[in-house]
Design a binder for this molecule. Structure first.
Ligand code: PEP
Ligand code: MG
Length: 361
């Protein structure tokens, strides 16, 4: 009903006038980005890059990169992926027309890109012109007993800096291509799964070096920022020193919940409903932020970070960013924005406005 939607959008404008908390969306395709804008998102708070490698034309290159025998071979495979990534990021920047876009470097363990089915492994071996036995051996080397605590996030970028280099280059080249005087693109590059300042420093220097090279080659610069996910309890505790080097923080409350409780993200569908039913937990902590424990990690991280950098931009991009009670918590903790799935953006806008009306109670 167009009339209803007119009234609804007027009502939402009032909510927007009231709220002080920003609302961004988690989006990694131009379609999702446009959807997010229609729902009123002010930017992209999290563009996950892992899904970008699964397309038919990319996955083979990704697998070649992962199973390469030398850094040189890995670099060749990454070079073949660079144009795809440049196009991915340009699409997001174009859709967002100069609004903030936070792009997260590759996060999942690499085995997620490899085939585990025997037949698919044979196809891969043929494509790589490698004996099947050798391919299976290599895939085995990438197996992880505990993948969420394993070789993922910035740990990949530390051991394989060339992955970070390729992604940083794609982001910065796309930003230069899409930038106009009216709508300059100022990408926010986000490092996942940091637990020490040394890891962040490592990734930041890789990115800064790439930026200097790209700006020199192109004879043009863009403003970019490098920040970090705070999603490991240690990072929240050491937020003071990490803030010395990071331009922004974004709390990954999915992993932070997992690692603070020691619950696997897969437990959400297993015994956690029983915990809720028996009142051992007030709610599923992967849906509604556990304010007493995980929330304390968020407050500690924010306060320690801002003590060092008073204007540090702080957001959250876990599932909680679209949950009303958690949005209120983020408002009360003085975060700059929440970022959630596009379809939850209207709820987050309303919850952020409601939080203001409850401020002085
Ligand atoms: C998180 O951990 O909260 C997060 C946003 O990242 P992902 O869900 O991709 O691990
Ligand atoms: Mg995470």
């Amino acid at each position: 009903d167009p009339e209803l939607s007119g009234e609804f959008s007027r009502f939402m404008t009032w909510a927007d006038d009231l709220r002080t908390l920003g609302v961004r969306a988690n989006a990694d395709t131009p379609e999702d980005a446009r959807q997010a804008l229609e729902f009123g998102a002010e930017g992209i708070g999290l563009a996950r890059t892992e899904h970008m490698f699964f397309g038919d034309d990319r996955i083979a290159k990704m697998q070649r990169m992962i199973l390469a025998d030398s850094e040189e071979e890995r670099r060749d495979a990454l070079e073949a992926l660079l144009p795809f990534q440049r196009e991915d990021f340009a699409g997001l920047f174009q859709a967002m027309k100069g609004r903030p876009v936070t792009i997260r470097l590759l996060d999942p363990p690499l085995h997620e890109f490899l085939p585990h089915d025997a037949e698919e492994q044979e196809v891969l071996a043929e494509r790589l012109e490698m004996p099947v036995r050798r391919v299976r051996e290599k895939i085995e080397q990438h197996a992880e007993m505990n993948p969420m605590l394993g070789h993922r996030g910035c740990r990949l970028g530390v051991t394989h800096a060339e992955i970070t280099e390729m992604q940083a280059r794609a982001i910065l080249e796309a930003a230069i291509d899409v930038s106009t005087d009216d709508a300059p693109v100022r990408p926010e590059i986000m490092v996942p799964l940091v637990s020490t300042k040394a890891e962040f420093d490592h990734q930041r220097s890789v990115i800064d070096e790439v930026a200097a090279a790209v700006f020199e080659e192109r004879g043009k610069e863009v403003q970019y920022r490098v920040g970090t996910m705070i999603e490991i309890p240690r990072a929240a505790l050491r937020a003071g020193e990490i803030a010395e080097a990071a331009d922004f923080f974004s709390f990954g409350t999915n992993d932070l919940t997992q690692m603070t409780f020691g619950f696997s993200r897969d437990d959400a569908g297993r015994f956690l409903p029983y915990y809720v039913q028996e009142n051992l937990l007030p709610a599923d902590p992967f849906q509604t932020l556990d304010q007493e424990g995980v929330g304390e990690m968020v407050s500690i991280g924010t306060n320690r970070g801002r003590k060092v950098k008073p204007k540090l931009q702080v957001g959250i991009c876990g599932e909680h960013g679209g949950d009303p009670a958690s949005v209120k918590f983020c408002h009360d903790t003085d975060l700059d924005y929440v970022s959630c799935s596009p379809f939850r953006v209207p709820i987050a806008r309303l919850a952020a406005a409601q939080a203001v009306t409850e401020d002085d109670r």
